[in-house]
Design a protein around this ligand. Sequence first.
Ligand code: FB9
Length: 498
Amino acid sequence: MSTELTERILQHLDNTDKVDTLDLATLFAVDHQKIVGALKSIQAHGELVTATTVTHKSLELTEEGRHVALSGSHEAAVYANVPEGGIEQQVLLQVSGNPNAKVGFSKAMANGWILVDKSEKPPLVKRKVPTIVDTVMELLNQVAQGKTDLPANTVADFKKRKLLQETTIKSFVLSKGPEFATTLTKLETDLTVEMLANGLWQQLKFKSYNFDALGAPPTRGHLHPLLKVRTEFRQIFLEMGFSEMPTNNYVESSFWNFDALFQPQQHPARDAHDTFFINHPAKSHKFPQEYLERVKSVHSKGGYGSMGYGYDWKIEEAQKNLLRTHTTAVSARMLFKLANQEGGFKPAKYFSIDKVFRNETLDATHLAEFHQVEGVIADVGLTLGDLIGTLYEFFRKLGITQLEFKPAYNPYTEPSMEIFCYHPGLAKWIEVGNSGVFRPEMLLPMGLPENVNVIAWGLSLERPTMIKYGINNIRDLVGPKVDLKMVEDGPICRLDHA
Ligand code: FB9
């Protein structure tokens, strides 16, 4: 704060009993706020001055008031447009071309400036008086020059006509305080050991603590947008009565990732072009033996009404460890458990949200890993209709209501559907996932009852997050190039609000 102003106020008060900060502003030709600021700083130094708040009501011209003060009242404008011989009212209102002509007309009538001569066919508006005085314009200009003592009814009328508005200004009347001084002693902000040691603190003035000060915001962690969207998806699944599957094993055996899903061993996804295979440990050996035999036979010979693939299924292939390519591997484990649990099968609804790995060509929307979101429902007699109904409910909670389903193919589901939605924000149809009814060749070898069907669907976490946060390149969402500011400032995620 420029000491100058505080000192000038104190010096002024030294020679005056009372002064209003508004007058000080005029006196020192500075903005009133600056004076109030200087006062605050003086008050921080103790009771040098006493300040009493006073409010000043003042009249001010509105935008329209300034227009009328400049170019005359609406009624005067109308009067000016009434020609000698008279004019039809409609025409008059048009020629005035000013939106307030109507107000002006009724005011001019009220002032007795004009009249409507009904004897004319059609009736004509004529001047009733040869000249007029536009008192409204004059009065408004007087107010503009600072006149304040207008008759109350005039003020009321002008306010009603939105030509004037009342503003209240708060100011302070200052007078010398008990600790008045004409200079400000520097306020200490720290109580140092020296001051305590040499007792100087007793003479010094200390800046008062500002307990309302917010203080520096504590640095805290920020949830990555992906995790915010994961929380939303979790909430949706929990609301729909699903429970989360344990997905804490990125490394999986080919058996659970592919064979259990009735995906043949020569399927292109099972070669290193698409899948990351593990060297150490290269193989898994612990499998539920009987179940494995049934998987072997359904692949090689068929069964359960299926002809199978009719190839020589190899345990060596199934033993190969890999980074799971989908969380559907976890679904297979859970469905196997469901089929072989104490007390036998019970309907179940599971979901998983976790990392999966695919050795894909990297591009703006694909990395070698992404988070798969999967929902699985196992129950007696479930149909494709149940799947479609569930998908409508699931995506409705994502704020998506318009869905379309396109027949698709997955080795482990028949029928299968790709899911498309009309995304209002993007104003286009986008693919939002895949789904299907798990094949009996997958379920029956697990020991699930014949009449139990399992419907499932999957999507990613990255795509909705990129769309939600307006990110076009996945490297701006995850990885070393992420701008942490985006993470810190990322708003909370409300998926159901486009
Ligand atoms: O997430 C995807 N798209 C998507 C999802 C939500 C969304 O929300 C917006 C707020 C509105 C926007 C977009 N996709 C799936 C569709 C595409 O992005 C696709 O190009 C990429 N897919 C990934 C696989 O890429 C190879 C997304 C990922 C995906 C695809 C299929 C499954 C899971 C993830 C599955 C499955 C499945 C099928 C049947 C049974 C069980 C699981």
